[in-house]
Design a protein around this ligand. Sequence first.
Ligand code: AMP
Ligand code: TRP
Length: 332
Amino acid sequence: MGRIFSGVQPTGNLHLGNYLGAIRNWVRLQHSFECLFCIVDLHAITVWQDPAELRKSTREVAAGLLAAGIDPARNVVFHQSSVPGHAQLAWVFNCVARLGWLNRMTQFKEKAGKDRENASVGLYAYPNLMAADILLYKATHVPVGEDQKQHLELARDIAQKFNNDFGVGTFPVPEPLILGPAARVMSLRDGTRKMSKSDPSDYSRINMTDDADAIALKVRKAKTDPEPLPDTLAGLDARPEAANLVGLYAALLDLDREGALTRVAGRPFSEFKVELTDVAVSVLGPINAEMKRLAADPAHVDAVLREGGERARALAAPVLDEVFEVVGFLKT
Ligand code: AMP
Ligand code: TRP
């Protein structure tokens, strides 16, 4: 059995993209792998976070994972800052990774924007920390969305360079697991942009905390075009909004896009949107209710994270010892 590590940032609301692109897959993977699921607060502060909001989001993401069906007894669910080894191994990797490698990272370029001189050093070194997350537990598989593939490639390079430089076999080279038909859920306001926590318009996304009324309103307001739905997938080609809604419908029903389209082909959006709302509410409704219950019981969520942190520290300790030994740090 392989070991999985994956992470999600506690920065704002979890949305349907996070659920369909990541969390739902994690729920499924817990049956065939040993899994660590981490709320990556150290990654979050690579851009400014309001401290009170960060704490709130950390609990909310934990609640979202539990509500979606991740079993904290069977998996290790924890927050990154509770395990010092992430930052310690990241430092070692800062000294293994090369400037040239990091200069190629497209997410840094996007996030730093034009004002690169003013980006935090942490934002630049972010992929090294991500490599540390994974390799601190010698994880073999990493479920990630499309957007994280380049970072995982870098983690693989770091594992190999470390092993080569020191002539050891310390780290396995982790494999990506890219799953599901909804690897990319797009904004409800613009079918060419990713659904994102950081989009200023709340109408662009369906949050995991949205109730049935909010979901209905957002689907009703979702951008579309005047044509009815086509009969074939090719008919969605130049219609990004229609393609996104059909993709969502398919993912929610766990069908492929072709199968989903045959159910709704020829319908006007007014009808299709009612159907899509029903499906979204039936999937998210129970999760949403459980998140509300957990929001009212923060002590329970904190206890789950505390226990997860203890288990993660116990798994990390021997790996960190091994790395320190290999690197030549004196043990006194
Ligand atoms: P983030 O919200 O960036 O911390 O991402 C957490 C996880 O959700 C990662 O595995 C992402 O790849 C995934 N994810 C985020 N946004 C989307 C989206 N719009 N569609 C599909 N997956 C997404
Ligand atoms: N960078 C990832 C994201 O923004 C989150 C993350 C941090 C992660 N560490 C990880 C994902 C390790 C997979 C494995 O989505």
